[in-house]
Design a binder for this molecule. Sequence first.
Ligand code: ARG
Length: 499
Amino acid sequence: MGTSVGSSLTACSKLFSLQRLAQIVRAQVVVETRGTPVASPSRSGVFDQATDHRVDRFTESVSFDRRLYAQDIRGSIAHAEMLAKVGVLEADECQQIVMALQDIGGQIRADEFSYSEQLEDIHMHIEQALIDQLGDVGRKLHTGRSRNDQVSTDLRLWVRDAIDRVDQRLCALQKAFVSRCEQDADVILPAYTHLQRAQPVLASHYWLAYCEKFDRDRSRLIDCRKRVNRCSLGTAAVAGTTIPIDRWDVAERLDFDGIVSNSLDSSSDRDFVIETAFVLTLIAEHLSTWADEWILWSTVEFDFIQIPQEFCTGSSIMPQKINPDVLELTRGKTGRVIGNLQTLLTLVKGLPLAYNRDLQEDKPPLFDSFDTVEICLELAQPIVEGARLKRESIAAGLENGYLDATTLMEFLVKRGMPHRSAHHLVGQIVAVARNRNARLSDLDVGDFQELNSDLDESIFEVLGVQNSVNAFLSEGSTAPGQVAVQLTQWKQKLGMEAS
Ligand code: ARG
């Protein structure tokens, strides 16, 4: 405390009258007697009143933005090196700053750093620790920047890394689905529309459908990363700075692709946060669809799949239960990811340019969306790898539900019958079969001919689920040849060895 008040005194005495100084000291003493030893460095000499004791608790962000510490250290080092390059800092001063920042980073990493609400955010904490170590040299670091561009830069660096982590997890999940294709190569499943049995498909066709969804997610991540990866440092508070900084130098040191062009835009922009939160929301939606599907499939009613027991829980009262809780929570947590996006969109609605303190509220929802989606992806991979399709049970029910009806209809169309006529006729055939509780392949040729005398034995070529699957032709369909081509492409794309 002594050092803190002492150094404020030195700094202020150059600028203010003794009387004014006495007011500041009084204000700091008031702060101290309330048991808050640190006066916020963001309160300049313009203040002659201490903050209300409730304000620090209300306005602090260090409880959540401490996650940005590594990015803050990195950004500050780049800023200091640039200041030295343009001659604003002496080489020796820069070296002292860099070493002290590295040391502070080490303390934070080792959990040897103490936080206080009075220092508001991680940026003030690191700067104050620097000043505590270096005195006036430390006080020079903030030259030519403001917390507005600093927060934005740190967040951009953090989001960039987090996007890369999510991309890797998505890639691992895609590989898990691709690996299943070989394992389940001979399995046919019903495809559903309206959750009613529709047409037969290869199990691999299902798995590759998820690969496609996650691939779009990955391309959205790559695309939004381009807009994240712009350096806002140097746009300062709102108008830029009169200090002769080199923004491109900082951008290069921080591996940004370029700089944010307009300082007003930069200070207010949270598009990159919202866009990222949206991409995460869509990933969560895809995971939710998958989770919901497998929850259904794992029921006794479907009995298609067994979820690995390591990812299931029991019931405290019903001893027979093996519940797919991880899948249920994956589906359930989608709600909070959607909520986070809503929070962010509402946060920025109608904010005037440029920085407004409201923007501090962007981090909890963004961090939460990343945390949620990352853990869901981390768990999805071993579930996809470890689940077992219940082949006998699937096969036992597969011929139920007239999955081959559409194939039969198209067979008739290919033989010259107009689509609408074939559609009507096959509907009549299905009705006959359903009344007898029979499959289409259980009918005999006479039954078909009773409805249309042109029909003959050849229709049996497309009846039954296996014949039906084999009859598919179109690109992107479940035709075994099509699926095989796509599987090869996926393996190449994901860098998986051809088997
Ligand atoms: N803790 C704040 C945030 O995260 C930084 C405040 C920066 N600017 C200011 N003028 N108060 O957004």
